[in-house]
Design a protein around this ligand. Sequence first.
Ligand SMILES: [Fe+2]
Ligand SMILES: [Fe+2]
Length: 156
Amino acid sequence: MEAKQGVLEHLNKILTGELTAVHQYVAHAAMCENWGYERLHHALQERAHDELDHARSLVEHILYLDGTPDLQTVNPLTIGQTVPEQFQHDLVLEMEVLTLLRAAIAHCTQVGDFTTRHKLEDLCVETEEHIDWLETQQETIKQVGLENYLSEQIKK
Ligand SMILES: [Fe+2]
Ligand SMILES: [Fe+2]
């Protein structure tokens, strides 16, 4: 199926965001493992898998639209040197992806590509869930203190 004007450009931009998220979560998950935060390591590794699924579904859809998925481009990573820094950087990245998704959804509505719009709406829901999880971690740290939060993360 041939893509409507501008749709492939939007999809590849989102793909770059998802691939960047894969790399960043893999890095943060590995750092947490190295620090001994097993629980957090597993949560972030699972998140990296979610992002890989998002990237894969975009690649498949770009191919379906007879486009060329850009798997070469990854944005510079923002690596946190502490757990709260990691959460903050991941939150910024998720927000950036959400902004791209919303712009792409608006574009799809404009050009009448409702199949792509539907796919992007699904990604939006999952991105919002990721944002919600990060905000919950930040709020929990605020309430119980960083030491208490981190001591809970040592458990499997
Ligand atoms: Fe994602
Ligand atoms: Fe995400």
